[in-house]
Design a binder for this molecule. Structure first.
Ligand code: NDP
Length: 489
């Protein structure tokens, strides 16, 4: 590992000379920042958002999401357990009120938050905190924070070590029968309720703690909306442990991967073998989790870290939404006899290849842009975490030098389509649905949800960039006319 010093690294050859749209990043841009160019009006009180703009449908939209999403999660689990993996529906002649009462009763029965589930969930969280402060890692610099004198926070990145250490620990717990990993699928419902309740609880703690310490940022004064979006921008414990990073990388993806491991072990224990479909999820969830960990230093400069606040949206999503809804595909597989989803070998091979191709584009596209940003900031961290893929770093990238002092990459994947990584991500998640077939709608919840979320995110980001880069964004759109699929749309 090497942390390159400010102003030294542009492209793998380290050259800093170049011209507009030319072969390297010009000297005057190296070390310039991204966030400071953002259109936050300096001089305003950063704690107040009086833009009058509300996202996600404002108070009503965010309020509905907060009520609706946890209910949906319980509803889907009732469907898995009691309705043969279908969405629960009233029977013929059954009154809606009776049906709703029945679903609530069933949810209570199959997802009661047991003491054991609380202990496992919070023990896991505590263990991850311990790994965070004890294992070796690398340091990365965040984007400058305009309202804190362009301070760049230091982020400690050791998720990759934590990931493999966690796997080793889980194996020990399983082999010694202290906690067999199959707990995750056998008692999933209890864990689901604990995850949901914990997400809500931590959202309240995060919000009121920020208000109490006067650490709020961009507040609109509408409680429901502010609670959803969060109060604090960079919550940290002892100034070191960054809660947004900690919760975004470790908790959701580690649990998701472990649920797949549990499904594989469960199948092996009951059938004597693991089906190619469950093995597919092992690979898919490992790829995603490993990608977040191996490139953790690249996450520190993303939108979530530099712009989003630590509110219900991020907290609930990381503590409950991602780990406990993204796994419905593998839960469906482990709860059904393999004869229900035994595809011809050609179909399985096709889906494995499809997944790997989509992953390759997703990984290299994110890496190209994030490393480009780190190079221009002079904060590139070079790592050898597995797997390092060809074309992750662009040599001599082309870019537009913008009037606001920023740059827009026009090389690599970003030169082919502006959001090709969203498409690749969607393809990965669609393959998670395809491998389960079409007999149950539950594995398809994720691709459908992700498509809606990512389209909205693309629109949100485009609005933000159009404002930030003005005419240069139009020029970027002229040079790279495709949004999601090169030469198509
Ligand atoms: P991006 O990585 O595209 O980040 C958007 C930002 O990148 C823009 O605001 C802009 O910021 C910068 N940017 C845009 N175009 C260019 C360009 N041409 N050159 C340089 N910088 C540019 O998106 P996200 O952070 O939304 O997503 C990252 C990944 O995470 C994606 O693959 C996405 O699919 C995935 N994701 C997955 C989720 C899940 O639940 N599985 C949820 C959300 C995201 P600036 O100019 O300020 O640097």
């Amino acid at each position: 590992m090497e942390v390159r010093s400010r102003g030294k690294s542009c492209g793998e050859n380290g050259s800093t000379n170049g011209s507009t749209n030319g072969s390297a990043i010009p000297k005057e841009l190296v070390g310039s920042d991204t966030a400071a160019r953002d259109n936050l009006k300096m001089g305003h009180d950063h704690r107040v958002d009086n833009s009058g703009e509300f996202e996600f449908g404002g108070v009503w939209g965010t309020g509905l999401v907060m009520v609706f999403f946890p209910l949906l999660m319980w509803y889907m689990w009732v469907g898995q357990v009691y309705y043969n993996s279908q969405f629960p529906m009233p029977e013929k002649g059954e009154a809606i009120g009776d049906f709703a009462a029945k679903v609530v009763e069933l949810a209570y029965e199959c997802s009661y938050p047991t003491r054991k589930a609380w202990l496992v969930y919070w023990g896991f969280l505590a263990y991850q905190s311990l790994l965070y402060v004890t294992l070796p890692g690398v340091w990365a610099k965040g984007n400058p924070i305009p309202h804190r004198n362009n301070l760049r926070l230091d982020y400690f990145c050791n998720a990759i070590w934590a990931f493999y250490f966690t796997i080793a620990t889980v194996i020990v717990f399983h082999v010694t029968r202290i906690l067999p990993i199959t707990f995750l699928v056998d008692e999933f419902g209890s864990l689901l309720s604990v995850g949901i309740l914990s997400g809500i609880l931590v959202s309240f703690i995060g919000y009121f703690s920020a208000i109490h310490r006067g650490a709020q940022h961009r507040m609109t004064g509408r409680f429901v909306y502010d609670f959803f979006m969060g109060a604090e921008l960079n919550p940290r414990i002892f100034g070191l442990m960054d809660l947004k990073m900690f919760f975004e990388i470790r908790l959701p993806w580690f649990i998701l991967f472990l649920v797949s491991c549990a499904a594989a072990v469960k199948q092996y224990e009951t059938l004597g073998y693991v089906t190619p479909q469950v093995a597919f999820f092992l690979l898919a969830h490992w790829l995603y989790t490993n990608a977040c960990c191996k490139g953790e230093e690249l996450v520190v400069t993303t939108w979530d870290m530099s712009h989003e606040k630590w509110g219900y949206m991020l907290i609930f999503w990381n503590m409950a939404g991602v780990p406990l809804t993204y796994c419905h595909g593998v839960l469906y597989l482990v709860r059904h006899d393999p004869s229900v989803y035994r595809w011809p070998a050609g179909v399985n091979i096709f889906l494995y290849v499809f997944l790997l191709c989509a992953y390759y584009i997703f990984d290299t596209c994110n890496s190209q842009k994030n490393r480009f940003r780190q190079m221009e900031n002079g904060t590139l961290v070079v790592r050898k975490t597995f797997p390092q893929l060809p074309w992750q770093t662009l040599k001599n990238p082309k870019f537009i030098k913008c009037k606001n002092g920023g740059t827009l990459l026009t090389s690599g994947w970003y030169g082919l389509a502006r959001k090709v990584h969203y498409t690749a991500d969607f393809c990965q998640l669609t393959s998670w649905g395809l491998i389960c077939g079409f007999a149950s709608p539950l594995p398809w919840f994720l691709p459908a949800f992700f498509m809606t979320m990512i389209l909205h995110r693309a629109w949100r980001d485009t609005e933000r960039c159009a404002k930030k880069y003005g005419a240069d964004w139009e020029e970027y759109k002229r040079q790279v006319p495709y949004l999601f699929i090169p030469y198509v749309i």
